[in-house]
Design a protein around this ligand. Structure first.
Ligand SMILES: *Cc1c(COP(=O)(O)O)cnc(C)c1O
Length: 377
């Protein structure tokens, strides 16, 4: 693969350290692409990195969320509390088990849910809460954890943005009162090409996700080679991470400290440069604890500013159009004033490791011109 364009035309872009291609080539040479020792190695390395007993690697972040909901028994008749302000994958995972999303608002400063917003939304039918660690920020439901547990409500964290972030002295994922779901998709902080992981709370939960991801069959591939049949022991899907994808993830993990430093550095550069723009409010990612996934700002006249920047080849984006206003989720629509307001103001600036300091200044200068051109001061 050739290097990605080192400029601001893209909003997000994977960053390869060079060894990924050779690792993939080596796997291709073995002829074993399914779930092999390499996937298990990736799981061990992820678990060791986070300081947790186990991690189960699956095909995507969506598959991780779906698996977590399935193994905790969430299904038809259940309500799952979820912010409307998230990628649609979070909501589709809830729909995949037949449960109903109960959309809630977010704090406009962080774009994350708060304990208060979650607890206010609990009903008799609430079976799970799915906080989204937006932009990488480690949402802390600490104050209501006990209350939720007492009511039998499970917490499943959508940590698709948050690999490497901290909550206090622990990595996100190391909280054994929640299942944590990571995405290792193409533009996430750590990529497998496509991939994801569930961090289970118990060995039983780990075993359940492992059975689920191999079509309900429990034997490993090597065990299966020695017997004439296999046993399907429960419901299952084809969700195990391939060794090809694991090879990419392992190469990425070797350089993750560089990823952390560069993403933080880039965010600082943006933050410094944006300070001079009066009409711009950066979303607070809580940088001391966070490996930032996005660089988002709130601006007036967003649609016009967006169009102005796009016309000048600046890769701005919007994360995300709110889900409660999507046609597919119209049945669960509610009034969410903060979400509706901020969804008209948010703008994601190009944010990936190919960007240089000069790119950052070009983006911020273009943003200043866009605000001026669209009628600001
Ligand atoms: C990327 C993402 C997902 C889904 O992960 P995939 O690996 O793309 O399936 C879920 N939630 C959020 C917030 C995401 O950004």
């Amino acid at each position: 693969m050739t290097a990605t364009e080192p400029d601001a035309r893209r909003n997000a872009s994977p960053y390869l350290y060079g060894r990924e291609a050779a690792s993939v080539a080596r796997v291709l040479g073995t002829g074993q692409y399914g779930h092999t020792g390499l996937t298990a190695e990736f799981e061990r390395r992820i678990a060791a990195h986070l300081g947790v007993p186990d991690a189960v690697a699956v095909t995507s972040g969506t598959a991780a969320l779906h698996s977590a909901l399935l193994v905790t028994g969430i299904g038809v008749g259940d309500e799952v509390i979820v912010p409307s302000m998230t990628f649609c994958a979070t909501v589709q995972a809830i729909r995949a088990v037949g449960a109903a999303p109960r959309f809630i608002d977010v704090d406009p400063v962080t774009l994350c849910v708060t304990p208060q917003l979650v607890i206010e939304a609990v009903t008799e039918d609430t079976a799970a809460v799915l906080p989204v660690l937006f932009g990488g920020r480690a949402v802390d439901l600490g104050p209501i954890r006990e209350d939720l547990a007492k009511r039998g409500i499970v917490v499943i964290e959508d940590a698709a943005h948050a690999f490497g972030s901290h909550r206090g002295s622990h990595y996100v994922g190391a909280d054994d009162t929640a299942l944590t779901c990571f995405s290792f998709g193409p533009v996430k902080n750590l990529t497998c090409g496509q991939g994801g992981a569930v961090i289970p709370r118990t060995p039983e939960e780990a075993a359940a996700v492992r059975r689920l991801r191999t079509l309900g069959v429990t034997q490993s591939q090597s065990e299966r080679a020695e017997i004439t049949s296999y046993q399907v022991e429960g419901f299952g899907l084809r969700y195990q991470l391939s060794s090809i994808n694991a090879a990419i993830g392992l190469a990425q993990l070797d350089h993750f400290d560089i990823t952390v430093r560069s993403r933080r550095h880039l965010w600082h550069s943006y933050s410094d440069a944006l300070g001079a723009l009066e009409e711009v409010t950066p979303i607070d990612v809580g940088l001391d604890q966070t490996v930032p996934h996005l660089c988002q700002v709130r601006v007036p006249r967003r649609d016009r500013v967006f169009a102005h920047l796009r016309a000048r080849s600046i890769g701005v984006g919007v994360h995300y159009p709110p889900n409660h206003l999507q046609p597919a989720f119209a049945r669960w629509r509610r009034d969410l004033p903060a979400t509706e307001r901020v969804s008209r103001e948010i703008l994601s600036l190009p944010f990936h490791q190919h960007l240089t300091e000069a790119d950052v200044h070009r983006v911020v200068t273009a943003l200043r011109h866009a605000l001026k051109a669209t009628g600001g001061t």
